[in-house]
Design a protein around this ligand. Sequence first.
Ligand SMILES: C=C1C[C@]23C[C@H]1CC[C@H]2[C@]1(C)CCC[C@@](C)(C(=O)O)[C@H]1[C@@H]3C(=O)O
Ligand SMILES: O=C(O)CCC(=O)C(=O)O
Ligand SMILES: [Fe+2]
Length: 328
Amino acid sequence: MNSNKDSSVVLPQPSMEQTQKNGSIVFDYHKLQKQANLPTEFIWPNLELAQEELREPLIDLHGFLSGDERATAEAIDLVRGACVNHGFFQVINHGVDASLLKAAIEETDSIFKLPLERKLSIPIKTGLAKGYAGAHAGRFTTNLPWKETFTFNYHEKDAEPLFVDYFKSVFGQDFERKRWIYQKYCQAMWKLSGVLFELLAMSLGVDRKHYKKFFEDGYSIVRFNFYPPCKNSALTLGTGPHYDPNSLTILHQEQVEGLEVFSNNKWQTIRPRSDALVINIGDTFVALSNGLYKSCLHRAVVNGERERRSLAFFVNPKADNVVKSRTT
Ligand SMILES: C=C1C[C@]23C[C@H]1CC[C@H]2[C@]1(C)CCC[C@@](C)(C(=O)O)[C@H]1[C@@H]3C(=O)O
Ligand SMILES: O=C(O)CCC(=O)C(=O)O
Ligand SMILES: [Fe+2]
């Protein structure tokens, strides 16, 4: 996790063209891109780029979803192998509608392409992961991520207040389209998380409904990442090295490379696949698997020419559920 949380006031950096707003730096990459050098706040030390691809399995969920025993046994083996090694795998035939996935990525443009002042009016409610942030301005003073984010919390059993009240308050009359897309997207992601928890339970030899029950009243942090192109892409990062603290992450990325995993002592890329979703184990699930499964360090690099979007669905159990290793 980026360890540069610094509660001191972020001081104006003469090297960076910016406008100050209540003490925090404003991330305006159109202006920053015109500067010859990358502002020091965005320069990450000792970056070494990945030289190879991670060999994470591509798991076809069709057979598992239709109850085919042989396909289920194969999926279980592949999940177990991936999770004891690095905690990452990709799934196809996952049941999430392809046009919904496409719309969900494309609709983020209607957020990140808003005028800067309009984006800054969507406050990030610290503590509650909610709202717009550019380079996490105001949260860190060095190792700033070259990205914009929009974040909200999703409760499967209580989605209306979020999608009606919050989205209407943030997006005004334009909220209906977003509501329709993202409510369906989150419902599909939540349903897929239930399928994955069954597969994970079976891979650990516990009752297939064990985790699904544990996550029944859970919630998700939904994070839209927008990584603008950066001409000094080799000097910065879109998302710094981190472990996901939640239980399970479902990542939908567009066809631009960027996600890298630190496994076997080196950074390795995860190749985007148009029909796949990337799944990774988070720290909370390590405890739920008695430490058998791994939550792996990962990051996102940025591209010199192309924009990159990714949608992360961070699944969490109900906040007051006690997370303990299984005694058996
Ligand atoms: C619970 C969360 C905090 C972060 C978003 C989710 C899961 C991953 C976390 C994060 C991505 C890890 C890297 C640093 C971070 C600040 C970021 O780059 O966005 C983290 C997220 C956050 O704190 O906003
Ligand atoms: O954008 C990506 O590929 C990864 C983002 C990520 O790991 C995160 O937001 O936790
Ligand atoms: Fe992550």
